[in-house]
Design a protein around this ligand. Structure first.
Ligand SMILES: Cc1cc2nc3c(=O)[nH]c(=O)nc-3n(C[C@H](O)[C@H](O)[C@H](O)COP(=O)(O)OP(=O)(O)OC[C@H]3O[C@@H](n4cnc5c(N)ncnc54)[C@H](O)[C@@H]3O)c2cc1C
Length: 374
């Protein structure tokens, strides 16, 4: 019987898995090498969506992830981490416009909510955008999308877990797992402490492959670095996630804007001493693009730049649930964790405790990485 579960990592996944396990009656220890939300979950664009997810199984997981956020926010008074403000997206150039058309047609065929808007209709939703920055038409609105503030979400999930008996261990890294006869028996921490485990859940984000190695498993990851630019507070009421050709932005909890583009991720520099930074001119460019889009944000300045690592399994899809060759070791690892974790974490927790129904995780199992001959 599973009694003691050790959850490794206190980001969105570790917090979601721990809260669900504790609610289901397990004795949980969640352990982090640093502090909760100190990893990728503390520096993420955290757009909740399913429009960017293919194949169908991944899209459906995204839809379920968004529904789980909505349900949680409806259940918890003052759940101010969840913002279902909608997403506006448009493209520049024939090729990009055609790509966007294909993407929208694809998700509409799945029954996902999306509407094509004219410039005037988009301005009704975001009146402070400079009309000259918008095309006359083909602006897509995904009304059910939005964003989460992961620190608030993690705070809620962990306090819910702790109030149901979970223990939170911080600043103590997992340095090894004790595996005998195809079973994980214990978890060794840098402090020298040993945690007895009936089950272990790997929620270590970008470090998930290292934890898997401790268990003798090879989890291929192709993590990438992302750059996020936080502005000083602005005086315009931006209420949507915006995906414009030169800048992606959304409100940030502190009254400013959070800016990103795929292009700025290419501006990461690593110095000889190993210091990681973003090229200053790329940061200025993205700030300028946001000011052009929202002229009333002219006075906004860069408040901080954060660089974080996306935990991306080798084929880009989530890795969730039990490892067949080590049946009490579980994965909860993916990109898009801000969208997926509340739902996917609950599915993983149910499986840990043998309460799963059907195989909702079939498309995301670790075994897909094993050579077919084995
Ligand atoms: C630039 C950027 C933009 C993104 N945009 C989006 C988006 O728009 N929408 C979306 O859904 N997702 C987005 N993501 C991805 C999303 O943020 C991640 O999928 C999610 O935060 C991962 O959460 P996690 O809990 O798996 O990892 P983390 O938050 O990194 O948590 C893992 C934890 O494990 C701990 N840990 C590591 N090693 C050990 C060890 N040995 N012992 C103990 N603890 C350990 C770490 O300290 C850390 O706290 C983005 C990510 C980035 C970087």
């Amino acid at each position: 019987m599973v009694e003691n579960v050790v959850v490794i990592g206190a980001g969105v996944y570790g917090a979601a898995v721990s809260a669900s396990l504790a609610r289901r009656g397990a004795r949980v220890i969640v352990v982090d090498a640093g502090v909760p939300a100190g990893g990728t979950s503390g520096s993420t664009f955290s757009w909740t969506n399913a429009s960017s997810k293919q194949p169908r199984s991944y899209h459906d997981l995204g839809v379920a992830g968004m529904a789980a956020h909505q349900k949680l926010a409806a259940e918890v008074p003052h759940s101010d981490w969840y913002h279902e403000g909608g997403n506006l997206q448009w493209a520049a150039g024939d090729e990009e416009r055609e790509k966007l058309r294909r993407k929208v047609a694809g998700v509409l065929s799945y029954g996902y909510e999306a509407h094509w808007l004219s410039r005037a209709e988009a301005l009704d939703l975001e009146p402070d955008i400079d009309p000259a920055e918008l095309p006359a038409d083909e602006i897509v609105h995904f009304p059910r999308e939005g964003w989460v503030e992961p620190a608030g979400l993690i705070g809620h999930l962990l306090s819910s877990a702790v109030s149901q008996g979970a223990e939170l261990v911080t600043n103590d890294a997992v340095i090894g797992l004790e595996v005998t006869a195809g079973t994980v028996r214990g978890v060794r921490l840098a402090s020298g402490r040993r945690l007895c485990a009936d089950a272990v859940v790997n929620c270590a984000g970008p470090q998930a492959s290292m934890i898997a190695r401790f268990a003798g498993l090879d989890l291929p990851m192709r993590n990438t670095r992302g750059v996020l630019v936080y502005t000083s507070p602005v005086t315009v009421p931006v209420s949507h996630v915006i995906h414009a050709p030169r800048v992606h932005l959304r409100p940030d909890g502190a009254g400013g804007l959070l800016l990103h583009t795929p292009a700025i991720d290419g501006a990461v520099r690593v110095s000889e001493s190993g210091e990681i930074s973003a090229d200053r001119s790329a940061v200025e460019d993205i700030l300028e693009a946001s000011r052009a889009l929202y002229p009333k944000t002219r006075a906004a300045a860069v408040e901080s730049v954060r660089i974080a690592e996306r935990p991306i399994p080798g084929d880009g899809l989530p890795v969730l649930g039990r490892a067949v060759e080590l049946p009490n070791f579980y994965f909860a690892v993916s990109h898009s964790g801000a969208t997926l974790s509340v739902h996917a974490g609950d599915l993983v927790a149910a499986e840990v405790l043998g309460e799963d129904r059907g195989d909702a995780l079939a498309a995301f199992r670790f075994e897909r990485f094993r050579p077919a001959s084995r």
